[in-house]
Design a protein around this ligand. Structure first.
Ligand code: 13P
Ligand code: SF4
Length: 351
């Protein structure tokens, strides 16, 4: 069910003082200091009352907020207790002691947290925050691949529903996909649902016959190799850094490819004078303050699903406790095996 925004707004206005306040904004300068290169003072005056209310309510509810690297800076720096890529957030979900997890990310991430921490309440601030990859395949699709490639193990990206995870043998994320595929005890390995991640892995793991489902990410599939070549020509000296959900010829043109946290680590370690992040827009914004010496240039693409998560919806989910993520117990049990195998193997491989 879509959120009833007018009910949400009137109820929040009855319970919290959410009027923009330059005074409050100034008193929260420690938090603002982490994003003042990318968030203007008038915007911070709008965000500050929400950040204050959420951080207070979080304590009351004994909640933690897990924020994906694609969250906007006011969510990433203002209210998140832990930030990271999909693998880091999944591992964190197994470790937190709070009663409530608020997932600031997309639905499959919240499902993963619920699968790994079934006794906790997992809140999704907007149930409509989906993912084009997760929507591209069902459990029946996994069975179809098994029929096409009998005996081959199925490695499914975490960007999938619980049902797809349950139908798979093991999960992977963009930070461990090549190693997980390489570790499979079979020459042919099925990867679902991201065709481009699979094609990038196939090149990195030539000893395997990697076959794939034809899904793609609507954010990363938009980049072309020509875009990158043109950009390099027009902006000499810029370091191009791509997420592996980009097509392989795009990754070929880049100087580095890695998960969202891999990208952050690369830029933090290398500190290039100019960098273009071939991924979702908030990535550059979230590290701009920490890396004043890096000039983040070039276009980026917005994930419309990630951008459904806003401070207002996070406050509403903690206030109303609506948007609880539930996963059928039988499905969750099987899905947990796939996710846990990935976590265990990643630990074993030191990822
Ligand atoms: P990461 O695992 O690299 O954070 O990627 C998740 C995602 O959805 C990228 O589009
Ligand atoms: Fe899904 Fe792509 Fe958005 Fe990531 S960026 S959540 S893969 S649609």
């Amino acid at each position: 069910m879509p959120l009833d925004l007018s009910h949400m707004r009137s109820t929040l206005a009855d319970h919290y003082d959410l009027a923009p306040s330059a005074e409050l904004a100034a008193s929260m300068g420690d938090i603002y200091g982490r994003m003042d290169r990318v968030v203007s003072p008038p915007d911070w005056a709008i965000y500050a009352p929400y950040v204050k209310a959420i951080n207070a309510l979080k304590k009351e509810r004994n909640a933690v907020i897990l924020g994906h690297n694609y969250m906007t800076p006011e969510i990433f720096h203002g209210i998140s207790d832990f930030v990271g890529d999909s693998l880091q957030l999944a591992i964190k979900a197994t470790e937190v002691e709070a009663d409530v997890i608020v997932q600031c990310g997309v639905h499959f991430m919240a499902e993963t947290s619920k699968i790994l921490s079934p006794s906790k309440t997992v809140l999704m601030p907007d149930m409509e925050a989906g993912c084009s990859l997760a929507e591209s395949i069902t459990a029946e699709g996994v069975e179809e691949m098994r029929r096409r490639y009998p005996g081959a193990p199925v490695v499914s990206y975490v960007n999938t529903t619980a049902e797809v995870k349950a139908a798979s043998d093991i999960c992977c994320t963009s930070s461990n996909a090549a190693q997980i595929v390489a570790a499979q005890d079979s020459h042919t390995v099925i990867m679902t649902p991201d065709q481009y991640l699979a094609q990038n892995v196939a090149r990195d793991v030539p000893q395997k016959n990697v076959v794939w489902w034809e899904g793609s990410c609507i954010v990363h599939e938009q980049y072309t190799a020509k875009d990158l070549r043109d950009f390099r020509e027009w902006n000499p000296g810029t370091r191009l850094i791509a997420h592996p959900e980009c097509p392989p010829d795009v990754v070929d043109e880049a100087d580095f490819s890695g998960s969202t946290s891999g990208i952050i680590k690369y830029v933090t370690d290398e500190k290039p004078e100019k960098a273009m992040l071939i991924t979702e827009c908030s990535m550059a914004s979230n590290i701009a303050d920490e890396l004043p010496e890096v000039d983040f240039v070039g276009p980026c693409n917005m994930c419309p699903y990630m951008k459904k998560i806003t401070l207002e919806k996070v406050l509403w989910s903690l206030h109303s406790m609506e948007g609880q993520v539930e996963v059928d117990a039988t499905v969750a049990e099987k899905a947990r095996l796939s996710v846990q195998r990935m976590i265990d193997l990643s630990r074993q491989l030191g990822i």
